[in-house]
Design a protein around this ligand. Structure first.
Ligand SMILES: Nc1ncnc2c1ncn2[C@@H]1O[C@H](COP(=O)(O)OP(=O)(O)OP(=O)(O)O)[C@@H](O)[C@H]1O
Ligand SMILES: [Mg+2]
Length: 235
């Protein structure tokens, strides 16, 4: 039996195009992107620098509106909802991980993981208990009160993963999440992320230049010249 048969579409990008205007120049970054992401599927997004991987993640994450086309997330046509509704949909359902951890420097690990929960209306006690549990799962039980400056790169990135998971998202969007780490730490952090999202059944799109990591995901898609050039199921 093929255990990589995915059903239940969680995200659909339909005929997405995107153009940036800069100093009277139009940069047509995405031309015709069609992508379906299933529940629990982990997708590697690769392609040369400047091909629009981050742009695509921003559109998929409802941070940016595409010039044309439709984003359907968890059954909602996002063209039909306002920015406030998008913020709520995003906050409750999508976790972001970036290349640099982007943690709040003045807050401890625990506080960084509590914050997105507090913003979504979870009470202090529950958000504290959730934060402790997630950080412990990521092996950070001895780093609860540390600020980002006092964490190693791999630890800070694990806190960033914990923060992305804090509101039990359906989708994780990660933009070169291990790009700043040495190869050994990068693999460890990636494996931890992979194991965790697989065990919970969260869908992921992970932009990466690391083909070794990309090939350990369920599907690899390659962006080139505004189109998805290759989409390969990894068995
Ligand atoms: N806010 C913006 N305004 C104007 N142009 C932009 C903006 N954001 C991105 N671009 C341009 O869009 C193109 C795609 O950028 P993007 O960051 O999505 O590429 P990328 O594939 O993520 O690259 P990398 O692998 O280097 O991270 C680039 O040419 C970039 O200069
Ligand atoms: Mg990028």
């Amino acid at each position: 039996m093929n255990n990589k048969v995915f059903n239940d579409k969680i995200l659909t990008l339909n005929k997405i195009s995107h153009t940036y205007s800069q100093n009277n120049n139009n940069i047509e970054v995405l031309k015709d992107i069609n992508l379906e992401v299933s529940k629990g599927e982990i997708i590697a997004l690769t392609g040369p620098s400047g091909t629009g991987k981050s742009t695509l993640l921003n559109i998929a994450g409802l941070l940016e509106n595409p010039s044309n086309g439709e984003v359907n997330f968890c059954g909602t046509n996002c063209n039909l909802i306002d920015e406030e509704q998008k913020t709520i949909l995003r906050g409750k359902n999508i976790g972001f991980i970036f290349q640099s951890h982007r943690l709040f420097p003045e807050f401890s690990s625990i506080e960084n993981v509590m914050l997105p929960q507090l913003l979504m209306g979870v009470n202090k006690k529950e958000s504290l208990s959730n934060a402790k549990e997630i950080l412990s799962t990521l092996g950070l039980e001895k780093r609860f009160s540390f600020r980002p400056a006092n964490l190693s790169g791999g630890e800070a990135q694990r806190v960033a993963i914990a923060r992305a998971l804090a509101n039990n998202p359906n989708l994780i969007l990660a933009d070169e999440p291990t790009g700043n780490l040495d190869p050994v730490t990068a693999r460890k952090v990636f494996e931890l992320l992979h194991k965790l999202v697989k065990s919970i059944g969260i869908s992921c799109i992970i932009a990466t230049h690391n083909l070794d990591l990309a090939n350990s995901m369920d599907r690899l898609i390659t962006l080139e010249n505004g189109f998805i050039k290759n989409s390969k199921l990894i068995i």
